[in-house]
Every structure is written in structure tokens, then in C-alpha cells.
Design a protein around this ligand. Sequence first.
Ligand code: NAP
Length: 286
Amino acid sequence: MIKLNVIGDPISHSKSPDIHGKILDSLNIAYEYDKVLVKKGELNKYISNAIKNNITGFNLTMPHKVDIIPFLKEIDNNAKLFDSVNTVKIKNGELYGYNTDANGYIVSLNENNFKPNGKNIVILGAGGVSSTLAVKLSLLGAKNITILNRTLDNAKKICEKVNNIGETIDSDIKTIVSYDSIETQTIKKYSADCDLLVNATPLGMSGIDRDFEDLSFLNNLKKDVLISDLIYNPEKTNFLANAENNAYKIMNGYGMLIGQAILADEIYLGTNLNISELYTKLVKNY
Ligand code: NAP
């Protein structure tokens, strides 16, 4: 029996127990998965209890993804790169930190037969996830990444991060990163020639009463472009519905959500899982 938690504040809305439950049920693995409300500054207390109660590991959401770092015995390269931890495994009373968010997105790209190497990519939005994806996609050899955002300074910071990453990990990154505003005309200009267009803003998300006012930038893209929305509620945003009407391939954020959870479960179980089979069962045939 493995014992897992997801911790954060707020936590009642978390879908993690359902998602991990689906994966672990389909693997016939006995588990307990509980949501635990842990307020900022209370990690110490939670960790002592988790060790005492033989918790196998835990997922983290706001506000703990950075605060957990000083408590770790080891942090994996992805988590170090993004300064953010979403998965912790406890072994012999010590904590090991990982980040499966970006690789979860890469799982969903793989399952849609999209390889970032040599591709032109446009990302709308310059928040936490945009930054993580820009770094990962550049490490996977994207040719160009353009970040379009409301606050230009936030997009500029991501470009600087990608440009500095080569030095941090001693790797030769050749991606050309640039940024601009998120006006319809600029989206049109940069996306006309792109292979992957990602919405990493909350525009169109359920419960947010803001959406793209003009989706005409979706009218003249390359025939084989992949249109990706990180939102999974609703299942099909207006952005994706419009893209589908234009006969482009679309992908919502559910695959990323499942992908990052499968990778976290591999860590908890200490074994390689058949990612493609699980993805097909939980996303494609869902
Ligand atoms: P975030 O850090 O809050 O960043 C949001 C970004 O959207 C910022 O660049 C912000 O621009 C922009 N934005 C917000 N409101 C806007 C508006 N009205 N008009 C134009 N731009 C606007 O969010 P995040 O954590 O990166 O998440 C981004 C999206 O990914 C969300 O929709 C979230 O639900 C989704 N997500 C999905 C998964 C998954 O597993 N599928 C995981 C995490 C997140 P400024 O810089 O100007 O503020």
C-alpha cells in the first residue's frame, strides 16, 4: 500500500486525488491519497507528521513549490532548473524533490506526434507554466520560441532565463527566443509560420469571465500546425473550437495534467510505467 498526499492552501479544489486514483486503479495498486491543508510556513510540521505516518510521497501546489527546497536532501535537475518542486518522495526519513510539470507537457506532445526539435513555437502568456515550457522546449531543440504577453517585462524575463540556461547547465542552447505584445495583429504575425501555438493564459478558462476577443489569428496558419491550450476546463475552449473549425489539430491541457501525474507516480513507485498505454487509456479513450 502506498500512502500519498497533495498539500497546499487552498487545497479543497485539488483534482490530484482523482487523477492519481485513476492511474493507480488502472495499475491495480493499493493506495491512500489524501488532500492536506498546509498553510504557508507550516511545512516543517507537515513533514514531521508525514515521516512519522510513513507517507510514501506528496504532490505540492501553491504556496509550497519553492518553499520546500531547503527541506530536500536532493533535488532533481528539472526541479533545479525551474526552481520549483511538484513531487516529493520520502525515503528513509529523507526528502527527494522533483518537477514533472514540463515533462508532463512533453508526454502530451509526444502522444500527439509532435517533436519540438527544429520547430517554431509561439506561446501566449508569460506566467509560471510558460516559463517552464519555454525552458524545456529550448532544451529539446526548438528553433524559435516567441512569447507574446500583456506585460512585456514578464515575457522578457523568460527570454533572459532561456538565454542563460545554457550557462547554468553547461549545454549549448541554439533556440532563438523573442517576445512581443499579445495583440491580435502580433499573434497573427508570429503564428502564421509556427508549428505549435500554445495558450498559456487563463483566457477562456471556466470561472474566468475573460476570453480572446478576436480569434481571427487562427484563420491563416500552416496546415499541420498543432494548437494547444493548457486549459482543460472546459474541455474545448473557444480557442480550441475555432482552431478545430479551421481543421487544425488540437490538444487541451488534460494530457499535461495526466502526463505530470504518471511521471510523479513513476517516482513514488520507483519503477518505469508504460506511459503511452496509460495515456491512451486515461486521455485518448477518456
Ligand atoms: P500565471 O503564472 O498566473 O500566468 C498567467 C499568464 O496569463 C500571464 O502571462 C498573464 O499576463 C496572462 N494573462 C492573465 N490574464 C490575462 C488577460 N486578461 N489577458 C491577457 N493575458 C492574461 O498562470 P500559470 O500558472 O502560468 O498558468 C497558465 C495557464 O495554464 C492557466 O490557464 C492554468 O490553468 C493552466 N495550467 C494548466 C496545467 C495543466 O496541467 N494542464 C498546469 C498548470 C497550469 P501578465 O504577465 O500580463 O500578468
